[in-house]
Design a protein around this ligand. Structure first.
Ligand code: FES
Length: 129
């Protein structure tokens, strides 16, 4: 059996939603201390819906494939759904990752959570001002 599924290879070679959203209203950045890989997630949220999402990943192929799949899974979805996204769901959607690469999908979950947390903080600030 091949080490990586066809879906992983497809998302690694043709990642969806790569780039920056200049007017993003939520940005999250996380890193993995062990491998040094970094993932940045940009969200454009309107009316509690993720209208747009883009990412930049400086990391391994599994991290790129995971971020690409994760962005597809939350695009157009309500915040409540995006909050529930787990790395297991991302891994399943990719038809699996090798065990020693599972932490790469955790980075995608954490990057989205970090961006959602950023959004929450910005909302609080707006209310306070
Ligand atoms: Fe670092 Fe995959 S090896 S995220």
């Amino acid at each position: 059996m091949a080490l990586y599924s066809e879906k992983v290879m497809d998302h690694f070679l043709h990642p969806r939603n790569v780039g920056v959203i200049e007017d993003a209203n939520a940005v999250g950045e996380v890193g993995n201390a062990k491998c040094g890989d970094i993932m940045k997630m940009y969200l454009k949220i309107e009316d509690d819906i993720i209208q747009d999402v883009k990412f930049e990943t400086f990391g391994c192929g599994s991290a790129i494939a995971s971020s690409s799949m994760a962005t597809e899974m939350i695009k157009g979805k309500p915040l409540s759904e995006a909050m529930q996204l787990t790395n297991q769901a991302v891994t399943e959607a990719l038809d699996g990752l090798p065990a020693h690469k599972l932490h790469c999908s955790v980075l995608a979950e954490e990057a989205i959570q970090s961006a959602l947390e950023d959004y929450r903080k910005r909302q609080e600030k707006e209310v306070a001002e």
